[in-house]
Design a protein around this ligand. Sequence first.
Ligand code: CP
Ligand code: NVA
Length: 304
Amino acid sequence: MTKRDFLSLRDLSLEEARHVLALAKTMKQEPRGSRLSALAGRAVAIVMEKASTRTRVSFEVGVAQLGGHPVVLTTQGSQLARGEPIADTARVLSRYCDAIVFRTFETSRLLGMAKSASVPVINALSDDGHPVQVLCDVFTIEEALGRSIEGMHVAWLGDGSSNMARSFVEAAELFGFHLRVASPEGYFPPQTERDHATKVGCASFTNNPDEALRDADVVNTDVWTSMGQESENERNKAFAGWTLNSAMMNKAKPTAIALHCLPAHRGEEIADDVIEGPASRVWDQAENRLHVQKALLLFLMGIA
Ligand code: CP
Ligand code: NVA
């Protein structure tokens, strides 16, 4: 059987993505401990080249809840810091583990891991995408609003060039919703991705937040400075005035929900009155990482 990776949302068909989300819904309702035999005797490597709280803990706990053994490696705690090539790491981990969850920088490192590993590789965030987060966010949106995301208007406010925004563009195409990205000039996805999204009609791009927020069912934002961009000092200036606050939320539908993948910088990309307000679903959003990722692991490993 060919191994299945999940490096971007393009790695799943709509039918497969729907299968994963349905399985996650079932598993969320099950008593904890009811699937302890699912990964019994198997191990999953969780390799983190960037910091992580949610992704690390949700995968680590998720594997344990499925009866498997999670092995967490960080750069500093492994030979990666001393320059061991990704291809060698991938081959060795594949001899011990049944899947690899990998958070890294350039896409070339992610592709290198996937190419040299003989077990499924999951992108746990790279410079160019955060597909597990966005797959989980689709689950949260449907759970919160009680209907399919197909046909919804989803607004993205802030850094449209971020890994999160770029994965949301892919999700819009896969799931059939419309994403409106509102960002300052210079902070949109790369031109080829914009052109493709515009051509297929799944996303539009504007400098005017009001255009994106009008009739929005969901409003999303993310940090202005992603991991690895800390030296880009001009970012805070470029995003001045782009805070998702209650005045911004009031421009969306009255029933709109607010999402943020976390960690958040209150007072920068999101105001306290939104993240702690009635529209916020960020804590459910964080919890759902656990349920959807467990389902994704079982699917990619050919178990369910
Ligand atoms: N949202 C998310 O991926 O959080 P962490 O960076 O804490 O894993
Ligand atoms: N865009 C953020 C997401 C963090 C989960 C980053 O890459 O730092």
